[in-house]
Design a protein around this ligand. Structure first.
Ligand code: FAD
Ligand code: DHB
Length: 389
């Protein structure tokens, strides 16, 4: 097989890039390790920045999102002293859209099918070759038979555990990592959301988040120790702990129901630089991981896609060979902005096992600043709704 851009990974990054490139007239082949059903069963992010929303529209995949997504103009922070709202219009003129990653991924698969894009799923043993030369290729097995794609460029969109990042020689890669001493236990339930907007709760028993996917589908998270196992948490225990951490007035009216999905996500910050090696470009979770606080993971994948899409079209369609040289630096500037914000929100809202009385007072003081200083809320709003591209 032969194509212009081989894309590895059929998560949001790979699908969005494939969709944008195909619409620009650039040929792609996307190879995904799992089945489409498996990819669509994953429950992950829920909040889209305005720029991600616009990119979905530009990709011709935004119609259902515009119909069914929930635009939010603010979010709530709950502390020991009560709850206050961060109004996004105080800091910027932007909104976020509550629309699940599962739905976004489904829309992208549908859009890809509609334009006849090539997606090969259940590809085994995907490997990259010759990325530091002029003739890169990707090999894999499909139904046991060996396959090969010759291409001009490779986009590594295969997530944190994929094959792309390790292809960059260890001596070239500079990795930055911070692991947090806790995880998030998440539960999805077909119930009415706890409130109209999201509630991020700082509580002595640990962080809690009341989020949603629609008016009848709620998503909740509670901070748990790194050692926690999902099978040790009954639904009843989860709801009880969530209620203790949310404001009493919200807990009193919380609708409790069955759990559709329950899982634990570890929290880490991770960046691998540079995001280019020869003709390989790494994108999204393949290059970086943020802790979920602030909902930046999916949105960063989308901004990487935009930068790479712009650089590939400039090079392939307009002969601007320098454009690809700037991809890594442009993407990393925005990535570090989101790294800082998600680290800050994580530090602000969680209880750390070694948190001293001093640390505790600093956390409370920072929450007090947010509650009382419009400029502090404005800074949070700008970061939450998404830094400029
Ligand atoms: P992925 O979604 O990981 O997609 C990568 C794709 O590549 C996958 O389909 C995978 O099957 C495929 N793949 C892997 N290896 C190979 C290979 N060798 N060959 C071919 N294909 C391969 N973000 C938030 O903002 N909010 C959240 O609440 C949130 N919750 C999360 C919960 C979990 C459990 C996880 C893992 C992530 C969560 N994230 C969240 C992060 C967000 O989901 C990711 O940032 C987003 O999925 C990144 O998209 P991506 O396309 O870069 O990577
Ligand atoms: C969700 C996840 C987040 O990390 C966040 O900050 C907001 C919402 C969610 O899954 O709904």
């Amino acid at each position: 097989m032969k194509t212009q851009v081989a894309i590895i990974g059929g998560g949001p990054a790979g699908l969005l890039l494939s969709q944008l490139l195909n619409r620009a007239g650039i040929a792609t082949i996307l190879v995904e390790k799992h089945s489409r059903a498996h990819v669509l069963a994953r429950i992950r992010a829920g909040v889209l920045e305005q720029s991600t929303v616009e990119l979905m529209r530009e990709a011709g995949a935004g119609a259902r999102m515009d119909r069914e997504g929930l635009p939010h103009d603010g979010c709530n922070l709950s502390t020991a002293h009560g709850m206050f709202r961060v109004d996004f219009s105080e800091g910027c003129n932007a909104q976020v859209m509550v629309y699940g990653q599962t739905e976004l991924t489904k829309d992208l698969y549908d859009a890809q099918d509609a334009i006849g894009a090539t997606i090969i799923d259940e590809a085994e043993d995907v490997a990259l070759h010759g990325v530091d030369g002029d003739a890169p290729s990707v090999t894999f097995r499909k139904n046991g038979a060996p396959q090969r794609i010759d291409c001009d460029y490779i986009a590594g969109c295969d997530g944190f555990h994929g094959a792309s990042r390790p292809t960059i020689p260890a001596g070239v890669r500079h990795e930055f990592e911070k692991v947090y001493p806790f995880g998030w236990l998440g539960l999805l339930s077909p119930t009415r959301p706890a409130a109209k907007e999201l509630i991020y709760a700082n509580h002595p028993r640990g962080f809690a988040l009341a989020s949603m996917r629609s008016h009848s589908l709620s998503r909740y998270y509670i901070q748990v120790p790194s050692s926690a196992r999902v099978e040790d948490w009954s639904d009843e225990d989860f709801w009880g702990e969530l209620k203790r951490r949310l404001p009493a007035s919200v807990a009193a009216t919380l609708e409790i129901g069955p759990s559709i999905e329950k899982s634990i996500a570890p929290l880490r910050s991770f960046v691998s630089e540079p995001m280019r090696w020869g003709r390989l470009f790494i994108v999204g979770d393949a290059a970086h991981i943020v802790p979920p606080t602030g909902a930046k993971g999916l949105n960063l994948a989308a901004s990487d896609v935009r930068y790479l899409y712009e650089a590939l079209t400039a090079t392939i369609l307009n002969g601007d060979v320098q454009a690809l040289d700037h991809y890594s630096d442009r993407a990393l500037t925005r990535i570090w902005g989101a790294m800082r914000f998600s680290w800050w929100m994580t530090s602000l809202l969680h209880r750390f096992p070694d948190q001293s009385d001093f640390d505790q007072k600093i956390q409370e003081s920072e929450l007090h600043q947010l509650e009382t200083l419009q400029s502090a809320r404005a800074t949070m709003a700008i970061n939450y709704t998404g830094l400029p591209y």
